[in-house]
Design a protein around this ligand. Structure first.
Ligand code: FES
Length: 131
């Protein structure tokens, strides 16, 4: 099952700065890096694990910068933030998302977390009950 990575494209560049030196939001920069990684099929620590990326303007976590959410039907949703909009963060997000995609529940064991997501978790939301 595919995991959807939702990236806030209006998030601040950093805790202190709204825009990058080039005038872009951190969210737009991070989204572009994650989109590029997803297109290139960067696998990270797992084989397979289908992911897609979408942008959304404001996830209402604006006190943090560079917020993302990972979700899939019937699985845990993870919300993460405070990323630097850099390639290393994008790779870690994709790696974690691919592990989420191959997990039946969406849960990713701590021992498998990419270093780049540690310290960035905001919330873990249980799936809605099946109807
Ligand atoms: S601007 Fe990104 S969460 Fe509000």
């Amino acid at each position: 099952m595919q995991t959807v990575i939702t990236i806030c494209d209006t998030c601040r560049f950093s805790e202190a700065e709204k825009l990058s030196p080039g005038g872009e939001t951190g969210g737009a920069l991070l989204a572009a890096l994650v989109e590029e990684g997803a297109r290139e099929g960067a696998e990270g620590s797992v084989e397979g694990g289908a992911v897609s990326v979408r942008r959304h303007s404001c996830l209402m976590g604006c006190e943090r910068h560079c917020n993302v959410a990972l979700s899939a039907p019937g699985k845990l949703t993870y919300v993460l933030g405070r990323f630097a909009p850099e390639a290393e963060a994008a790779a870690a997000i994709l790696d974690f998302a691919r592990q989420h995609a191959v997990s039946d529940s969406g849960q990713v064991p701590f021992r498998s977390w990419p270093q780049g997501v540690k310290g960035h978790f905001v919330a873990r939301i249980p799936p809605l009950p099946a109807t």
